[in-house]
Design a protein around this ligand. Structure first.
Ligand SMILES: [Zn+2]
Length: 257
């Protein structure tokens, strides 16, 4: 299986990243994608990917990390985009939950990064919070008609879900909060075809229920995956196989040696 979203550069992992990656490999998580959020984490992610075979990265600017940035910072993407281990642009998007006072700037960063993805034929990893309709509006531009995207840690409603499912280039993923009793999107999941799903942890955030309030890590992906396969009434092995194929199809550079 593939953890398509783990922030392994945060200080939560600074003392034991080797053990964390070993535990993931032993749990059957053979590849992990680290999404970056700004220039500094792009460089940190690259260093980790150079050290570990199983680590791939996405490069991008997270909407919550751009408030004080100049748009020219984005030029760093061009510098690294052709690296073998760079498999996507991400995580990018819009977040009006924490701060919507600079939503126009968020849109500007989002669009330029989408353009970069189109230019280099790379998929994007999209973060939205209280902003998914604005994200859809931007993505409906004809310049993005062939763009491939993962909607990470989905938190929208039925209509949002339908928009994603009806686009052949869009995939969706859920985090460990899916295992919590009060998970709001639980009723939406049963109708999702497994060929639209990806797996992710969003480590160190949103651990599955047994590790509530603790640090999340890629090896815990199995808890979320088991719960998801139960909700979907699928054999675990089939769930594992299909979601891995989905990730390898979307993030096609994962298959390069
Ligand atoms: Zn993230």
């Amino acid at each position: 299986m593939i953890d398509t979203h783990c922030h392994l550069y945060y200080k939560d992992f600074k003392d034991d990243i080797e053990e964390v990656i070993d535990r993931a490999l032993n749990a059957g998580i053979e590849k992990m994608i680290i999404p970056s959020v700004d220039s500094e984490t792009i460089e940190q992610s690259l260093k980790i990917s150079e050290k570990f075979n199983s680590i791939y990265i996405a490069i991008g600017f997270h909407p919550s990390d751009i408030k004080n940035l100049n748009i020219s910072e984005i030029n760093i993407l061009e510098q690294y985009i052709n690296y073998d281990k760079v498999v996507a642009i991400g995580e990018i998007g819009l977040d009006y939950y924490w701060d919507s006072s600079y939503s126009e700037k968020q849109k500007e960063f989002f669009k330029i990064q989408l353009d970069t993805a189109v230019k280099h034929d790379l998929p994007v990893i999209i973060h939205t919070r209280k902003s998914i309709s604005d994200a859809f509006r931007i993505l409906s531009g004809k310049e993005y008609k062939d763009l491939k995207a993962q909607f990470h840690c989905f938190s929208g409603d039925t209509n949002d879900l339908q928009t994603i499912l009806s686009n052949k280039n869009f995939f969706i993923s859920f985090c460990g909060n899916l295992t919590y009793k009060n998970f709001r999107q639980a009723t939406l999941i049963p109708g999702i075809p497994v060929n639209k799903l990806l797996t992710e942890t969003d480590s160190p955030f949103l651990p599955p229920a047994p590790f509530f309030r603790k640090r999340n890590e890629p090896s815990y992906l199995t808890y979320t995956a088991k719960r998801l396969s139960e909700i979907l009434s699928l054999e675990y092995s089939e769930f594992e196989k299909t979601t891995t194929q989905n990730a390898e199809a979307l993030f096609y550079k994962l298959n390069k040696k």
